[in-house]
Design a protein around this ligand. Structure first.
Ligand code: DNO
Length: 387
């Protein structure tokens, strides 16, 4: 596997020098200063690429070129945004950056309720707690019909939880859920998210899926011509939030996508933590089935709970079979005759970074380096055994 590292650009607390020190060879980054919907100019792409290469690294994957709400809802300036997306893909191809990660989650990008979940070893992890999410949805946002989205016991617990929360806790929970996490799209205030939810809830899953397919029919031919592969990131978490559509949460979803639009550029990001937050996703089987389309890999682990809650566990100590997953990916690399870019996705907050609010939640240096080192050990061991 090619070891890569997500870097949030020049204002990241983790520097490119740190990336080199961690031992990664590839960088995963995006031009976050460009507004969603606009074209990424070739000059800006080239400048970022040159900076990365000046450290002896390569720009392995773009994560993400965000897909605007206009494109996702096929309303407003969506045609202009698609033309801009096509141009961005052409520019990336011309600059020699050949893999684009993106997602098609409605309204909210990746979502957690707690960014400082204390672990027994005194590190902190990211957590999605169903009771807290329901408390926010039902009692704070007061989304019409919210109660019907949850089983009775969660509705009950959410009410108790809400009653016990003070204003500060409510504000913190709201910020975690709707203000946007690192690299995520969409930052709302309460009225803004209400309006966005209303727009997107009106599309059922099937119509929303058609919006994705329509977007890809427009972009994939351009990507193919430009020598770029698109790698869609799954829903995180992989189930409906706020009663919104979800179209890339399961093996059946990925299968439908690949069958609808057969194209070498129609790729997947195998995010072990996202797909793996559902017990009914067999990740090793998914890698074997979708092997040829996997263009990018996020490796992390989760501990799942009965009600859908989960927290991000140590990379090798959770409900995902990381050794099995890496083994299946190595098989695919052997078949392909080249490496697949992989990044240690998220890490715990520990050491000097704990309590430092400038460190992006999930994207600490030490925690990810710990994860990468553990994953590197697994890869090395499996590769040695194969020789
Ligand atoms: C979370 C990430 C997401 C992901 C985007 C992909 O850590 O996996 O930010 O990059 O959703 O578009």
């Amino acid at each position: 596997m090619q070891e890569t590292w997500r870097w949030f650009g020049p204002d990241d607390t983790v520097t490119l020098e740190n990336v080199v020190q961690a031992g990664a060879t590839g960088v995963v980054t995006a031009l976050d200063h460009i507004a969603t919907g606009d074209v990424w100019p070739l000059a800006d792409i080239a400048e970022r690429k040159q900076l990365i290469e000046s450290y002896g690294l390569t720009w392995a994957v773009v994560e993400s070129v965000p897909v605007s709400n206009a494109i996702k809802s096929r309303s407003g300036p969506f045609e202009a945004h698609i033309a801009n997306y096509q141009q961005t893909v052409r520019n990336l191809g011309q600059a020699g950056v050949g893999c684009v990660c993106y997602n098609f989650m409605p309204v909210v990008d990746w979502t957690r309720t707690n960014l400082t979940y204390d672990l027994p070893n005194r590190s902190q992890a990211l957590r999605f707690e169903m009771t807290d999410f329901a408390a926010y949805d039902i009692h704070v946002l007061q989304r019409p019909g919210a109660q019907a989205s949850y089983p009775a016991d969660i509705v009950q617990r959410a009410q108790t939880r809400y009653q016990a929360m003070n204003a500060e806790e409510i504000a913190a929970l709201e910020k975690n859920i709707i203000a946007g996490l690192p690299g995520g799209e969409g930052s709302y205030d309460r009225d803004g998210i209400r309006a966005a939810i209303e727009t997107f809830a009106a599309f059922g899953n099937e119509q929303f899926r058609e919006h994705l397919f329509a977007f890809l029919r427009e972009v994939l031919p351009v990507a193919e011509a430009a020598g770029v592969v698109m790698a869609i990131h799954p829903d995180d978490p992989p189930f409906s939030l706020f009663g919104l559509p979800r179209i890339l949460s399961t093996a059946a979803d990925a299968r439908a996508l690949l069958q609808a639009i057969p194209s070498a550029a129609n790729g997947l990001t195998m995010c072990a933590g996202s797909y793996g937050a559902r017990g009914d996703n067999d990740l090793v089987a998914m890698i074997r089935e979708f092997h040829a389309n996997i263009q990018f890999v996020h490796l992390r682990n989760v501990r799942r709970e009965q009600d859908g809650s989960f927290f991000e566990s140590e990379h090798l100590d959770g409900d995902n079979d990381i050794v099995g997953i890496v083994g299946a990916l190595l098989d695919e690399e052997q078949r392909r005759g080249r490496h697949i870019p992989m990044r240690p996705d998220h890490g715990h907050t520990l050491g000097e970074e704990k309590g430092n609010t400038r460190v992006r939640p999930g994207y600490s240096f030490a925690g990810r380096m710990k994860g990468l080192a553990e994953l590197r050990g697994v890869i090395h061991a499996l590769e040695t055994l194969r020789r």
